[in-house]
Design a protein around this ligand. Structure first.
Ligand code: NAD
Length: 289
């Protein structure tokens, strides 16, 4: 049984931990504090119980929960064969974390970087194992999504690519490989769209529900860009747009001030109960008009 370390127990870490645990892997989930980890376990258990109802597989919840241990110390990842990192989209935090992970993990351990936009080669450069660092851009909610972007860095070895493909196959994910470039394919496009949608609200052209209505009703998209922003996390959207802005030094990625304001105000979307929309405890949108 593969031992998988999962660092960061937020929106993505919860989904990644659940996905590995429900497919027979041993998971060690690490975050900064116990309260976050307890909340994550509660959420994983609830998601496991609801899996069938929302179109996912039937989950043996007891077996899944028994496969997960939680810890606030990175040292708990000493036996992990692979570590999936899902911490806040912030270069300084990630740089510091990878320096520490490099020390506590075996030199053989593969580091999977789950980032929205940071170049994988840049992350790999702060470790002594750039051949064993690879990007996997998981989609949200992780257990419900069947494909990921797979991003080898400049030094990622063919063996690491092969093993990562095997690991992804074991949790039911198709890997779509793209070259290493900030934002990859998905978020070069999606983050610009969401940022521009936020500008429409910021400038008073339309309110959030009208913007989303246009995308749903006119284009047939299942979700509008601002519903998507709330699902991803408004703070994560802002940080990702900032990474794109820094990476390309191109004004087309200028972050919308409304995203900054909402991030400062704690309006982080579904995970916070409020963003462009307001949510109940089950993540259902409460009526606004
Ligand atoms: P989040 O804000 O929901 O959670 C981040 C978690 O990381 C928090 O619980 C925080 O306490 C923890 N953390 C921060 N620093 C840490 C450290 N040094 N050690 C351990 N834990 C630490 O963020 P998220 O939405 O889960 O995103 C995580 C990563 O995944 C980001 O890089 C993001 O860009 C990427 N991502 C997000 C989505 C999405 O839809 N939200 C999709 C794909 C990729």
């Amino acid at each position: 049984m593969t031992v998988v370390g999962v660092v960061g127990a937020g929106v993505m870490g919860v989904g990644v931990a659940q996905n590995f645990a429900q497919t027979g892997h041993q998971v060690v989930l690490v975050d900064l504090d116990k309260a976050t980890l307890e909340q994550a376990l509660t959420q994983i258990e609830r998601n496991g119980r609801l899996s069938r109802l929302v179109g996912g597989p039937a989950v043996d919840v007891d077996a899944m929960m028994a496969a997960i241990t939680v810890d606030v110390e990175l040292a708990a990842l000493g036996d992990a064969e692979v570590v999936v990192e899902n911490i806040t989209e912030n270069w300084d935090l990630k740089r510091q974390l990878y320096g520490s992970l490099d020390q506590v993990c075996s030199p053989e351990t593969i580091f999977i970087v789950n980032t929205s936009a940071l170049p994988i080669t840049k992350v790999a450069s702060v470790t002594r194992r750039p051949d064993r660092v690879i990007g996997v851009h998981f989609m949200n909610p992780v257990p419900m999504k069947s494909a990921v972007e797979l991003i080898p860095g400049h030094h990622t070895s063919p063996e690491t690519v092969r093993r990562t493909r095997d690991i992804l196959g074991a949790i039911g994910k198709k890997a779509i490989e793209v070259k290493d470039s900030a934002g990859f394919v998905s978020n070069r496009v999606l983050m610009l769209t969401v940022n521009e949608a936020a500008y429409l609200v910021h400038e008073g052209v339309a309110d959030a529900s009208t913007v989303d209505e246009v995308f749903r009703e006119c284009f047939g998209h299942p979700m509008g860009p601002l519903e998507t922003a709330d699902l991803i996390g408004v703070d994560t959207i802002l940080y990702s747009v900032e990474v794109l802005y820094d990476s390309y030094a191109d004004s087309k990625y200028r972050p919308c001030p409304l995203l900054k304001h909402m991030t400062d105000a704690g309006l982080h979307g579904r995970k916070a109960g409020k963003g462009f929309y307001t949510y109940d405890e089950y993540g259902r949108v409460l009526p606004t008009r």
